[in-house]
Design a binder for this molecule. Sequence first.
Ligand SMILES: NC(=O)c1ccc[n+]([C@@H]2O[C@H](COP(=O)([O-])OP(=O)(O)OC[C@H]3O[C@@H](n4cnc5c(N)ncnc54)[C@H](OP(=O)(O)O)[C@@H]3O)[C@@H](O)[C@H]2O)c1
Length: 297
Amino acid sequence: MISKISKIIVGVWPLSGDFGPVMPSDYERSVNRALDLGIKSFDTAPNYGNGYSESALGLILQGVKNININTKFGSLPFGVKKFGIDDLKKSFENSLKRLRVDKLNYIFLHNPRNEVKDFEEIINFMELLKSDNLINNYGISVAKDFNYHDISKFSGIQLDCNLLYLKDFNKYAGKNQEIFARSPLASGILSGKLKSNTKFHKSDYRSGWLDGTRLDGILNRLNVIKENIPHLTLPSLARKFLLFNNKIDWVIFGVKKASHINDIMDDINSKELDNSTIEKIIQLENNNFYQADNKGF
Ligand SMILES: NC(=O)c1ccc[n+]([C@@H]2O[C@H](COP(=O)([O-])OP(=O)(O)OC[C@H]3O[C@@H](n4cnc5c(N)ncnc54)[C@H](OP(=O)(O)O)[C@@H]3O)[C@@H](O)[C@H]2O)c1
C-alpha cells in the first residue's frame, strides 16, 4: 500500500479557480489532508489561476519539510507562452518566490509545440539548474497528441492518460523515463457526475469546449465503459487503472476538495484492478470506441 501512496501527486490546478469557483479554505484543507495521509508530492504551474495556484501552495506549505513540489515553465500567467532561456529563467525565479522555496523537485517544460525547434539549449539550461542544486530533476509536459522529434533527454514525461485517452502513454511509456500520468479523470469527465445537460460555470475552462455534440459523444463513450465494466464506478475504475499500472510512476490527481483525496485512498485500500479489466480497457481504447470527433475524449 505504501508504494501506491508514494505514486500520488496532488494536482492543484482545480483549486486555482480555473475549474470554476473554489473557496480558499478548500485549498488549505485539501493540501493538509494530503499531508496528514503522508502524501508529499504536489504539481502546479505559473499559469494556474494566473499565479494564484503557486502562491497559495507556497503559503500553505511554508516550512513543511520533505515535500516534493513540481512546477513548470514556458506557459506564463494570462495565456502568455515564452520558451526563450531568459524567459524560462525569469519564470523559474518567480516560481521559487511564489512557492517560497529555494529548490524544486521537478521542473517541466510546459506544453511546447512549434515554439521550440531544438531542445538542446533548454536541456543545457535545465542541467545547469540541476548542477546548481535548484532542482532534483527535469522533464517535459507534452502537449496532447503532438509529435515531438526527440524528447529522450528529459528525465520525466508528463502526459494525458486516462480511460478515454492512452495514445501518448502508448507512445512514451516503458522506456527509461519516469512517466507522470495527468488528468486521470479526464479533467472531470470521468467523475461520474457528467450529464447531457451539464453546464460549466463561465469561469470554468471546460465551459469553452465541453458541450453540445462533443459532450453527447463523450457520454456515449462513458456508457460503453460502464456496460463493459459494470462492477466499478467510473471514477474508481479511472483511478485504479492508473494506480495499478506498473508502467506509470506517478499519477497527478486533480484535486478540488479534501474528500477527493479520501476517494483516492479508498481506491488504494480496496481490491487491486485485475489484469483482464485492464486489458479490456486497453482494447476499447485501441479500437477508438465511439470516438465523438477528432478533437479527443
Ligand atoms: N499540460 C499540463 O501540464 C497539464 C494539463 C492538465 C493537467 N495537468 C496537471 O495534472 C493535474 C490533474 O489534471 P486534471 O486537473 O485535469 O485532473 P482530473 O483528476 O482528470 O480532473 C479533475 C476534476 O475531476 C473532478 N474530481 C476530482 N476528484 C474527484 C472525485 N473524487 N470525485 C468526483 N469528482 C472528482 C473535479 O471536477 P469538478 O470540477 O467537475 O468537480 C476536478 O476538477 C492538474 O491539477 C495539473 O497539476 C497538467
